[in-house]
Each structure stands twice: as C-alpha cells, then as structure tokens.
Design a binder for this molecule. Structure first.
Ligand code: ATP
Ligand code: MG
Length: 139
C-alpha cells in the first residue's frame, strides 16, 4: 500500500470531554505519523467552507454550528493507506452502527456528535489538508 496523507479532526464534543489525549494515543498505536497538528476553534464560516459538500442538506446548519462550538484538534496524518485506515479506526458515521472498539463506537454520542472526522478519498484529502495547513506545515 502506498504512503498517503489524510486530514483528521477531533471534533468539539470529544475535545470538550478531554478525550483528545486518548484519541491521540490510538492514532500513535495505529502507526500513523502526525505530520501537522493544531488545536483551535473554527469560525462558523470555516466550518461551512470545510463541509461545503453538505450545503443544502437538512443537518448543515446544526453541523456547522456544532463544529464551531468549541476547540477542535486538526491533524495531518500519514501512513500506508492512511485514508481508509483512519476511517476504519473511526468507525461508521452513526456511532450506533460503528464496529466495536472504533473511536465513534467508544466516544460518539449521536450521528452528529461522532467525535472525529476523516477525509473520504484522495481528492477530498488534498482539498482538506490544504484547507487547514500551508505547504510549509506539511513538509
Ligand atoms: P466526516 O465527514 O465528519 O468524517 P462522514 O464522512 O462519516 O463524517 P458525512 O456524510 O461526510 O459522514 O457527514 C459529515 C458529518 O455530518 C458527519 O460526521 C456527522 O457529524 C454529520 N452528519 C452526517 N449525517 C448526519 C445526519 N443525518 N444528521 C445529523 N448529522 C449528520
Ligand atoms: Mg465525510
């Protein structure tokens, strides 16, 4: 499998509960390299731009309010097959449907408050990495 990068976010629900330390441990144990990391609060506009593919869906307003409701941890992760491996570690979007021991199963509390984000394809990973990090930060 080729080395790949993906954009991960530890969402405000997880950071507010102090779960980011544990999630970072899981990322380390799973063999991901953390290429870049930043902790800060997104503006509503940044969250809207990030989730622009979901504009028009019924949950868009609530989702972008949630994503800008408190600090997040934004990560550029690198590993062989990083995009699919990170999505596997997160589990299904709906925590109720996520596999045992996945992050969303362990820590998610609703389909919206599902504790983590991960890019879903090479094209979205490229867009999302450049949305939050400069070329210099990704060296
Ligand atoms: P993410 O993009 O955050 O990694 P995902 O790719 O598993 O999650 P998407 O379909 O891209 O799922 O949805 C983006 C986010 O929008 C979800 O992670 C969740 O927080 C929220 N969301 C998705 N579907 C719903 C829904 N039906 N109701 C409320 N929120 C939703
Ligand atoms: Mg998605």
């Amino acid at each position: 499998m080729a080395k790949e990068r993906t954009l991960a976010i530890i969402k405000p629900d997880a950071v507010a509960r102090g779960l980011h330390g544990d999630i970072l441990s899981r990322i380390h144990e799973a063999g991901f390299q953390i290429v870049a990391i930043e902790s800060r609060r997104l503006t509503k506009e940044e969250a809207e731009g990030f989730y622009a593919v979901h504009r028009g869906k019924p949950f868009f307003g609530d989702l972008t309010s949630f994503m800008s409701s408190g600090k997040v941890v934004i990560l550029a992760l690198e590993a062989d097959g990083a995009i699919s491996r990170w999505r596997e570690l997160m589990g299904a979007t709906d925590p109720a449907k996520a596999a045992p021991n996945t992050l969303r199963k362990l820590y998610g509390t609703s389909i919206q408050n599902n504790c983590t984000h991960g890019s879903d394809a090479p094209e979205t990973a490229a867009f999302e990495l450049s949305y939050f990090f400069s070329g210099r930060q990704l060296i």
